[in-house]
Design a protein around this ligand. Structure first.
Ligand code: SF4
Length: 410
């Protein structure tokens, strides 16, 4: 019996849940308190990661379709469908459940069927966005053409104005990337590994520089050289990438060096990390799963690089290039650096304030504004303007004085 397109969509939505779209299962995209993240029991951690990506279901004509509440640039959350044009793939990446030759039922859409089925659900008000990915068939450029067809049908034929995230296939051509940027709100290319050597352990058929890094470079080159009015909605889409963490033996330093460089040179909007989980019937099926907390620490460190003006050298790497697993990297930095030389809140510039645990980008701005109206003398002054004063206390001075650290009773 032929499956109808709605059934197929439900099945690909379930299969595509490992494509990251917005957050770590632990942190929701924001740096959180160390006690919170290290306080999960092993079974809680397993549970949160086994439900990775799936935060909800919608019901359409009696069929349950998994969806995700994805975090948009700017922090807004929307109900998003992650779907694959096909779950068949001619590549053989060692970690991937869709790899060629694996005994698995495959689902393939025609572009028209995918576009119309999704659009019907969107029009019913059940979804606000689509994240479209695919296995590779008859080459990356050919697959990309089919994905562009879906986007064209949605935007041009059906007049779709909702959120669209398009995955760029390995080996996609510059013109295809330009077209994707004219149709999508966000595009992404998964590097999977921080450099060619590590990628060869995970996906020997993928060419790191030619197939993955170069297309990421074209995105930024187009953004810089072509007026933004030619992009979707009059602006160019943001770009992201994703790394598989663990089985290639890479260090956190290797991953974050690449992320830092991509932020500076490729205009990367965000990096996603996926702690490796072995999939049966793949060459890495017996490789141990990566500790999910490592993924979480990488997210925290990447936000420090992107939003907190930290440099790579500021991060508390061990000699092996790993971040401490049991402590959030900002707290580890503060213990190493600020405990003996605290920051004076009334004199510090924004970069210095951002080094202090409990003070984020918004908090730093509030402190700078507040200082225009008078000096900050007490922890209670910080609390009043929304700073997590107890977290900051060991690493600051107020008016030249160390802050007495007392437990708050109320
Ligand atoms: S190209 Fe993508 S879908 Fe295909 S095996 Fe590799 S990771 Fe999986």
């Amino acid at each position: 019996m032929l499956m109808d397109d709605l059934n197929k969509l439900a099945m690909t939505a379930d299969a595509a849940r490992f494509e990251a779209t917005g957050e770590s299962p632990l942190c929701g995209g924001f740096i959180r308190d160390t006690r919170r993240t290290s306080g999960y029991t092993p079974s809680e951690l397993r549970d949160r990661f086994s439900r990775r990506g799936i935060s909800n279901h919608i019901e359409v004509n009696g069929r349950k379709i998994p969806i995700q509440n994805a975090v948009m640039p700017g922090g807004r959350r929307i109900p998003l469908l992650k779907a694959m044009l096909t779950t068949a793939c001619e590549r053989d990446c060692h970690y991937c459940g869709f790899r060629a030759g694996r005994d698995e039922r495959r689902i393939t859409f025609k572009p028209e069927g995918m576009a119309k089925t999704y659009h019907n659900i969107f029009q019913a008000g059940l979804l606000d966005g689509l994240f479209l990915s695919s296995g590779v068939f008859a080459g990356g450029p050919n697959t990309q053409n089919h994905m562009l067809d879906v986007a064209e049908i949605l935007r041009v034929k059906l007049g779709y104005r909702g959120y669209l995230h398009l995955k760029i296939m390995p080996g996609a051509e510059r013109d295809q990337i330009m077209r994707a940027m004219q149709l999508a709100d966000r595009i992404s290319i998964n590097l999977e590994a921080p450099n060619p050597d590590r990628l060869s352990c995970l996906a020997p058929a993928k060419k790191f520089t030619d197939e993955l890094l170069q297309p990421l470079g074209w995105i930024e080159e187009i953004r810089r050289s072509t007026p933004a009015y030619r992009g979707w909605g009059g602006r160019w889409p943001s770009s992201t990438t994703q790394f598989v963490v663990g089985p290639a033996g890479e260090s956190d330093l290797e991953i974050l060096s690449t992320v830092s460089k991509l932020h500076q040179t490729h205009g990367l909007g965000r990096a996603f990390f996926e702690a490796f989980t072995p999939v049966q019937g793949t060459p890495l099926e017996n490789h141990p799963a990566e500790n999910p907390l490592r993924e979480h620490r990488l997210y925290q460190a990447s936000f420090l690089l992107r939003d907190y003006q930290f440099d790579l050298e500021d991060l508390p790497f061990t000699h092996e290039g790993r971040l401490p697993i049991s402590t959030d990297p900002k707290l580890a930095y503060a213990r190493n650096t600020l405990a003996e030389t605290p920051i004076e809140v009334n004199l510090a510039d924004r970069t210095e304030l951002l080094r202090v645990p409990g003070i984020g980008p918004r908090g730093a701005d509030v402190i700078l504004r507040s200082r225009q109206h008078g000096r900050i003398r007490y922890l209670s002054d910080l609390r009043k303007i929304g700073i997590m004063a107890e977290r900051a206390a060991p690493y600051i001075t107020l008016d030249g004085h160390r802050v007495p650290q007392q437990l708050r009773l109320f």
